[in-house]
Ligand binder design. Structure first.
Ligand SMILES: Nc1ncnc2c1ncn2[C@@H]1O[C@H](COP(=O)(O)OP(=O)(O)OP(=O)(O)O)[C@@H](O)[C@H]1O
Length: 321
């Protein structure tokens, strides 16, 4: 399969040391790619370079083999920016008609496409209303319709569901799943990791403008599939050392979340366990030492966990300081 997006040591320095550095990516055509990262990590900066809105300071990017920002590359993309505003005095339909003209759609073809898209994004009944009367979620839906107007091969979506209610999020997820089935390439910037997990084939995690980790979503989820957590009470430090020795697999403690107030000796332990038998053995070892076992569960493998693990312990998350 040919590559829809390739970047080679792509870098942007806004002049204040911020932006992104040395980002190399390869996204095959037809894949859904999730770009994650804390606030200020540089995700939007990368997207802006890919769609040709800002020039790299160094490195380069290709879309279907054409330089990002070139007319040939731009013809094949749709883009929903993170922060956008349409003139409030236009109706949704008028805004779409304007964009249709920009991408060469006219007359009946344009009308058909606009009507279909307005329905698909769930604002068909409000298409003639002025945008100034739209809620944030409705504006985001309109933005999505604009991004899809030219039936692009690559869709760049920067936080497409941030203003949507749960139903809206579900609808957008379904729409994106359909686009993926149609063979479109999707580049999704999102903090909604559950959405990324359900939609994307591949993810990368950006931190401080650099790629910190990346992989296929299925591999990421498999890698954390065998972790178990145990909430125990009365666990003295020497008992923990003993447990670590007695049990061949690594056992570590999990930090408490903010606001949680553990009782004395209360801990969350985490261990990699291969099967139910090992889980039973671990439980027995704990209880034989007089430790109270309050609860145990398998860690739900999720991108959320992957993300938190990757950034935990980092001094600066997201923002270059
Ligand atoms: N035009 C600009 N001029 C100067 N600095 C900028 C500019 N645009 C972005 N930055 C800085 O570059 C860094 C990356 O910003 P960017 O918007 O790409 O992050 P992001 O990962 O998309 O963040 P978020 O998740 O909050 O949307 C930040 O430190 C930001 O303040």
């Amino acid at each position: 399969m040919s590559d829809a997006i390739e970047t080679f040591s792509l870098s942007k320095n806004y002049g204040n040391g911020r932006g992104c550095h040395d980002v190399t990516l390869r996204i095959p055509a037809g894949e859904a790619f999730g770009f994650l990262g804390p606030n200020g990590a540089g995700k939007s900066t990368i997207v802006k370079m890919l769609v040709g809105l800002t020039a790299p300071t160094d490195g380069r990017a290709l879309l279907f083999g054409k330089p990002a920002g070139s007319v040939e590359a731009r013809r094949r993309i749709g883009y929903l920016p993170e922060l956008f505003r349409y003139p409030g005095w236009l109706s949704g339909e008028e805004a779409l008609r304007f964009h249709a003209k920009l991408c060469g759609l006219r007359g009946r073809d344009a009308k058909r496409r606009i009507d279909t898209l307005l329905d698909e994004v769930g604002i068909g009944h409000r298409g003639r209303d002025r945008i100034k009367g739209y809620s944030k979620g409705m504006q985001q839906r309109l933005g999505l319709a604009c991004a899809l107007l030219s039936d692009p091969d690559i869709v760049f979506l920067d936080e497409p569901a941030s203003a949507l209610d749960p139903v809206g999020r579900h609808e957008v997820r379904e729409l994106l799943q359909r686009l993926r089935r149609e063979g479109k390439t999707i580049f999704l910037n999102s903090h909604l990791l559950e959405d990324v997990e359900q939609l994307c084939d591949h993810v990368a995690l950006l931190n401080n403008g650099r790629i910190l980790a990346d992989g296929r979503v299925s591999d990421v989820l498999r890698a954390s599939a065998s972790r178990w957590r145990f909430r125990v009470g009365g666990m003295a430090p020497e008992l923990l050392d003993w447990l670590r020795e007695a049990f061949a697999a690594p056992v570590h403690t999990v930090p408490w979340k903010e606001g949680e107030t553990p009782a004395w000796g209360e801990l969350w332990l985490e261990a990699e366990l291969e099967d139910d038998e090992q889980v039973g053995y671990f439980n027995r070892l704990i209880m034989e030492q007089g430790v109270t076992l309050y609860e145990s569960h398998k860690v739900k493998s999720s991108l959320d966990e992957w993300f938190l693990q990757a950034v935990s312990g980092l001094e600066h998350r997201g923002e270059n300081r």
